[in-house]
Every structure is written in structure tokens, then in C-alpha cells.
Design a protein around this ligand. Structure first.
Ligand code: HAM
Length: 528
């Protein structure tokens, strides 16, 4: 049996009713705050995330689903280019179509006589040391008894100097050809903010002023699966982004987003949330903080986990992401960002808090909260929920005032969040049964009555009734069983006599009460 891949799962009915309930409620709330939906692609250029989210983050360094799109096609393009230009009479081989090369197609290679010598030639858009080991091995294994092949590498990518020296030393002949469409590294989106900002830049959305955008969709991270943590999970997110002249930097935007989240969670009946708030400052504030952290970590980092030892040098802020219990007492002693906030950051943070107090949204300052993505500036937050256990962050977000510029766009400060929909659904008190709309009526056609029953179903569905339609091969007993199983409120029997009389037997399955109702009265009677 082929099963769903580890870390992915099927969402089945009736649970999907709960997901739809959540999504309908959030769309309602987003509408009230004048947000509009954006849908960006599920995969993007890998560079978007390495530049946007940050090379040193767990997400980019460990968790992305990345592949070279068109890698084998590019190998075939190298092959085609070389063979048609170098080998006379090779027109037949021109039929090799790089467009048709699949990732699982064999790597192109060739045994060919050149200048009186048997060559073992390989064709790679890019050539690496492991490739070379394989080439050597293959060359040796397929060489004629006692003989030796001339190894020949044809590639489209410049071979780095030190590697080239090694190859030449080993007597490999290197040839370079150019190809029209090199492969592209692409990644399943691990989050949606970078994609939204890319779309903002690409479509010049700044010309519209302030953009208030929301999205609902799957994200992908190669994390160790556990309760509340999946490799394909769903986020409901929103971003407020625009040129500074449109007020995108105002603390009013931060507070509005936070107040909207409080409203949303309350509306879904999730009342025991906790808003943790911090300011991670401007890049200038953070440069000072990072210096202080580096100094503080220098004497202690050797006692910390491998990740922290690396982070201590490359990006000390990320030490706060560490979950290793033994490292926590050390992390507790480190300086905090709040001590390094410049006046602007401090004022902004105070203003956000003032508005939250005036609208009555409770929060806790958590000065350890730095968030796991590098783009954050100033306001950063998470909403946690006790019922979730270890993976207790139901949502996270913050400002990313420099992200657009980091991606080559105009100044476009922004703030946003993403709710983990899987976790949100887990924390609902509501049940799938509670929100599922069961059939109002099960229509049971007697023998030969499928057509009449379908006609009646069509009429009733026009009145926004939920109809489950049976089958005229079912005996009455089986129809009753099916109606009960479907959870229908009524069963309606369609027999020859009923059709003639244009009046039908309608039975309430809960009370057992049965009445004869004229066709024209049915919808009103069922609606109660
Ligand atoms: P994040 O904190 O990485 O932020 O993810 C947001 C939420 O997604 C988390 O709080 C969690 O509920 C959920 N989540 C993350 N990983 C998983 C997983 N493997 N399984 C289930 N749920 C998960 C972001 O993604 C930012 N883009 C949020 C943002 C928007 N910041 C500004 N704008």
C-alpha cells in the first residue's frame, strides 16, 4: 500500500468541516478589517528564501524542500549541443530533446573514438567531486580489457579552479559549452511572507498605497514530525505592506493587526490565548546587540550545542532559537535586545503597547522572543495556547521593514503574521460534528423512480436545502438505514402514487412523525 509521505496527512470529512468553519470565520474577520486575498505560487526561486528568510535560520539551513528544476534537461542540452557541433553525421542524435528529459532519465554519457582514442565522455550542466568519482569508476569499469579510456567532461558551468587543476592532473579533458536554459533551484515555500513581498515588488503594488493582504494555504518544512508539527502544514496569514508615505510604518498598523488577531481567536472560541510581545529593534540596534551577544557567548559557547557554537559566530541572535535544555541556563544569562533599543524603536514599541492597552488587548512582554526568521525588525510577537503542548505557538509574526529592500525592491515597511491552521484547529472547542451541515432530506426513490426523485431533488436544492439522493434499487429498509447513517432530518419517499398525487410522504427520522405534503409546500415544510 502506498501511504501518505511522512509528515504529510490527509484531512478527511468530517474534520474538513472544521477547517472550512475556521476559514469562513477568518475570511469574515479579514473582510471587516478590509484585507484582500492574495495567492502566490507554492514554489519559488530558492534564492527568495535564502535572501528573505536568512541563510542561518533553521528554516533555510535545514528544512527546505529544494530541487534543481530541469537539471537533467540541462545535462541533455549539453549533450545535444556538443554532439551536433562536434561529431559529423550525428544528426540522428539531434532528436534527443532536452525538454523531454525527466529527473529519472539516465545521465547522458558516451563512449566515442576521438583522434584515434577511445573516450569515455560525460555531459553535465554542472560537475562536482562526487560526479567525478563516479565518472572515474564508470570509466574504469567499462574500459576494454587492460585498456584505459580517455575521460572527457563536457559541462556548461565553469569548473572551479582548484577542481579543474585536479581534473587536469588526472588527465581529464574538459570542454565547456553554453546552453540556453540552465536549471533553476526552486523550493516549496516554507512560509508565505517572502512570496508576498516578491509579488509586491514584481507587480509594483506600492503604487496602490497601503496593501492589506491575506492568504490561506499549505507551507512545507522538513521538520521532525510530531503532534502539531508537520512537513506540509497550513497557514492563515496576513501582511500589511506599503510605502512609508502610506503609513505602513505606523504603530497603529501593528496594534490593528494584533487587535484583529485577538478578535479572530475570540470569535473562534479560543479564549485562553496569550500574546507575547517584544521588539527586536532596527538592524542598527541589532548590530550592537549582536556584538554584545558575541562577547557574552565567547567564554561560554564551547559548553553549548553544536548549532549554538556555530550561531555564536555567524548569527548570535539565533542562539535564542535553541531548544536544547542544557543550553537554557546559559541563554538565560545573555543580554536582551530590550537593553539595546534605540530611541525610535523604543518609541514605536511604547506606542504599540499604548494602543493595545486602550483597546483592551492583553499582552506579556517576552524579551527572549526573537522569532526564527531573519527579516524581523521592531515589533515581534507570538500567540501561544496552553492546550497545544510543546508546539504551543499558534501563530507568530512581526514587522519586516527592510525585507523589500533586501529583495531588491523599494522601501516598503510591513507587518504581518501567520497562524498555524493545523494548530488552530487542534485548539478549537468546536467539534466537526457541531459545525457540519447534515442533509435536510434523504430522498428515497421507489422502483423505477430515479428520474422523478432527481427532479424533486433539483427543485428542493434550489431552496438551499441539503439533499442526499438515494437509488431506486434500494429497498425501503435500506433507504431508511442510509438516511439515518447520513444524519438526514427527513426521509422523503418518491413512489408512483406520490408522483401521481403530486404529494409526498415526508417522515421526520427523529420523531417518527410522517405527513403527506404537496410538492409546492415541501421546501417550506422542510425548512420548518
Ligand atoms: P512562523 O513562526 O515560522 O512564522 O510560522 C507561523 C506559525 O506557523 C507558527 O506559529 C506555527 O503555528 C505554524 N507552523 C510553523 N511550522 C509548522 C509546522 N511544521 N507544522 C505545523 N505548524 C507550523 C512565519 O511563517 C512568518 N511568515 C509569519 C509572518 C508573517 N511574519 C510576518 N508576516
Amino acid at each position: 500500500m502506498i501511504k501518505a509521505v511522512r509528515g504529510t496527512r490527509d484531512l478527511l470529512p468530517p474534520d474538513t468541516a472544521l477547517w472550512n468553519f475556521v476559514e469562513a470565520a477568518v475570511r469574515d474577520v479579514f473582510r471587516a478589517y478590509n484585507f484582500q486575498e492574495i495567492r502566490t505560487p507554492i514554489f519559488e526561486a530558492t534564492e527568495l528564501f535564502s535572501r528573505g528568510v536568512g541563510e542561518e535560520t533553521d528554516i533555510v539551513s535545514k528544512e527546505m524542500f529544494t530541487w534543481e528544476d530541469g537539471a537533467r534537461a540541462a545535462d541533455y542540452a549539453v549533450f545535444k549541443k556538443w554532439i551536433t557541433s562536434r561529431v559529423p553525421g550525428s544528426k540522428a542524435l539531434a532528436g534527443i530533446d532536452p525538454e523531454r528529459a525527466q529527473p529519472q532519465s539516465p545521465q547522458p554519457s558516451l563512449i566515442i573514438e576521438i583522434d584515434g582514442k577511445e573516450n569515455f565522455a560525460v555531459f553535465r550542466h554542472r560537475f562536482t567531486l562526487p560526479d567525478y568519482r563516479l565518472l572515474k569508476l564508470a570509466g574504469e569499469q567499462s574500459a576494454p580489457m587492460g585498456g584505459k579510456f580517455q575521460l572527457r567532461l563536457v559541462t556548461a558551468d565553469a569548473v572551479p579552479d582548484d577542481f579543474r587543476a585536479l581534473l587536469l592532473d588526472d588527465g581529464v579533458i574538459i570542454e565547456e559549452v553554453s546552453i540556453d536554459s540552465p536549471p533553476q533551484s526552486v523550493t516549496l515555500r516554507p512560509e508565505n511572507t517572502a512570496g508576498v513581498v516578491r509579488a509586491y515588488i514584481q507587480h509594483k503594488l506600492g503604487d496602490r498605497g497601503l496593501n492589506k493582504l491575506y492568504y490561506i494555504g499549505p507551507q512545507f518544512r522538513r521538520e521532525r514530525p510530531q503532534k502539531g508539527r508537520y512537513r506540509q502544514f497550513y497557514q492563515i496569514g496576513a501582511e500589511v505592506i506599503g510605502p512609508p508615505s502610506a503609513g505602513s510604518e505606523s504603530p497603529a498598523r501593528d496594534a490593528e493587526v494584533l487587535e484583529m488577531l485577538a478578535t479572530l481567536l475570540d470569535r473562534l472560541g479560543i479564549s485562553d490565548w496569550n500574546l507575547e510581545l517584544n521588539s527586536v529593534g532596527t538592524p542598527a540596534d541589532r548590530a550592537q546587540f549582536n556584538d554584545a551577544l558575541r562577547k557574552a557567548l565567547e567564554p561560554v559557547s564551547a559548553k553549548m550545542c553544536d548549532d549554538c557554537q556555530r550561531r555564536a559566530v555567524t548569527n548570535p541572535l539565533r542562539v535564542f532559537d535553541c531548544k536544547v535544555p542544557a543550553d537554557q541556563p546559559i541563554i538565560e544569562t545573555l543580554p536582551r535586545i530590550t537593553q539595546f533599543l534605540g530611541e525610535d524603536s523604543r518609541k514605536h514599541f511604547d506606542a504599540v503597547q499604548d494602543i493595545l492597552k486602550s483597546v483592551g488587548v492583553e499582552f506579556h512582554i517576552n524579551d527572549r522572543l526573537v522569532r526564527g526568521l531573519d527579516y524581523y525588525t521592531r515589533t515581534a510577537f507570538e500567540f501561544t495556547h496552553g492546550a497545544l503542548g510543546a508546539q504551543n505557538a499558534i501563530l507568530g509574526g512581526g514587522r519586516y521593514d527592510g525585507l523589500s529592500e533586501a529583495l531588491g525592491g523599494p522601501a516598503a515597511p510591513g507587518i504581518g503574521f501567520a497562524i498555524g491552521e493545523d494548530r488552530l484547529v487542534m485548539s478549537l472547542k468546536e467539534t466537526a460534528e457541531g459545525v457540519l451541515r447534515k442533509p435536510d432530506v434523504y430522498i428515497a426513490p421507489m422502483s423505477g423512480m430515479n428520474g422523478e426523485a432527481a427532479r424533486l431533488a433539483r427543485e428542493l436544492r434550489r431552496h438551499d436545502l441539503v439533499i442526499e439522493l438515494g437509488d431506486d434499487t434500494f429497498r425501503l429498509k435500506k433507504s431508511f438505514e442510509a438516511a439515518t447513517k447520513a444524519g438526514a432530518k427527513y426521509i422523503l419517499i418518491v413512489g408512483e402514487n406520490e408522483v401521481k398525487a403530486d404529494a409526498f410522504a415526508l417522515k421526520n427520522l427523529a420523531t417518527g412523525e410522517q405527513v403527506q405534503v404537496a410538492r409546492g409546500e415541501l421546501a417550506r415544510k422542510i425548512q420548518g
